[in-house]
Write a protein that binds this ligand. Structure first.
Ligand code: HEC
Length: 249
């Protein structure tokens, strides 16, 4: 009995040390021998990649397989119960111009041939600027502008941002030269992009874009957002029925 136990014990010790030695390697970066690699390396399933359609090209082999599906048409994100906020954040009702299909990578978007940019002339900023909210609005506007727009449009909105000054980029307008643009057209251009300016639809939500529209107005009229003692804005009514000669065709 005693002898048998010793034999088993020594075999076990040898086996165990062999196992432990086998797990080590001289290479400090190596994980050594992996007995159960499945536990270290999970299979790379990327649920948010739609392998069935990439940049407008269909891949029929994988198209019908399960991946993260687009939500049913008409689905809107939940933005709480405040009706003003909800209506502000609803999907933008104007369609992208056909010109955007190639230039702005809007593959699969429902593009109409109608020039919705021209129609946007009549759209007013639904985010109202008042004596009470102006300070906060411009503060947020400045933060967004500094992060997303200033490198092209410049600190003063004159179109001379660092990108333009470096000579890498040209054609950025001075906002003051486009003072006749309507709120809606500005929104449209920021949302879908225009000419050499790309779409900002994925970087900014609708409230942020309308905030920026207010901020851009300040470059066009120094009195914009300043209120007199009666709570009326000092800047004259800005830009309705605007010049459409700069329309994206
Ligand atoms: C990559 C450089 C670049 C960036 C970043 C950029 N823009 Fe522009 N923007 C342009 C250019 C170029 C034009 C002129 C487009 C045209 O009229 O062909 C333009 C035009 C505009 C116009 C006039 C649109 C019209 O309908 O005539 C507005 C308003 C505007 N930009 C606001 C913004 C705001 C706000 C941001 C930040 C969210 C921004 N831009 C970011 C380059 C840029």
């Amino acid at each position: 009995m005693k002898i048998e136990f010793k034999a088993i014990a020594s075999v076990a010790v040898v086996a165990l040390s062999a196992l432990m030695m086998g797990s080590c390697t001289a290479d400090a970066d190596s994980s050594g021998l992996e007995y159960m690699p499945d536990m270290y390396r999970s299979p790379a399933i990327e649920p948010y990649v739609d392998y069935g359609e990439i940049r407008g090209r269909e891949n029929m082999d994988v198209k019908m397989k399960m991946s993260a599906m687009t939500p049913p048409a008409g689905t809107v994100p939940f933005y709480g119960t405040d009706s003003a906020t909800v209506s502000l954040m609803l999907p933008y009702f104007r369609k992208a111009n056909v010109a955007f299909r190639e230039t702005h990578g809007m593959y699969g978007a429902d593009l109409t041939s109608m020039d919705e940019y021209t129609l946007a002339v009549n759209d007013m900023n639904p985010l109202k600027l008042t004596a009470d909210n102006a300070e906060g609005m411009f503060k947020t506007g400045k933060e967004l502008y500094t992060a997303m727009c200033q490198h092209c449009h410049g600190e003063k909105g004159d179109g001379n941002g660092p990108m333009v000054a470096s000579g890498a980029y040209a054609g950025v307008p001075n906002y003051a030269d486009r003072a006749t643009l309507s709120d809606g057209q500005m929104f449209y251009s920021i949302y879908y992009g225009k000419g050499a300016m790309g779409s900002h639809a994925s970087q900014l939500n609708k409230k942020e874009i309308w905030t920026l529209v207010h901020y851009v107005r300040k470059f066009q009229n120094a009195d914009y957002g300043k209120f007199d003692t009666n709570g009326l804005m000092m800047a004259a009514a800005v830009a309705m029925g605007a010049d459409t000669t700069t329309a994206v065709k």
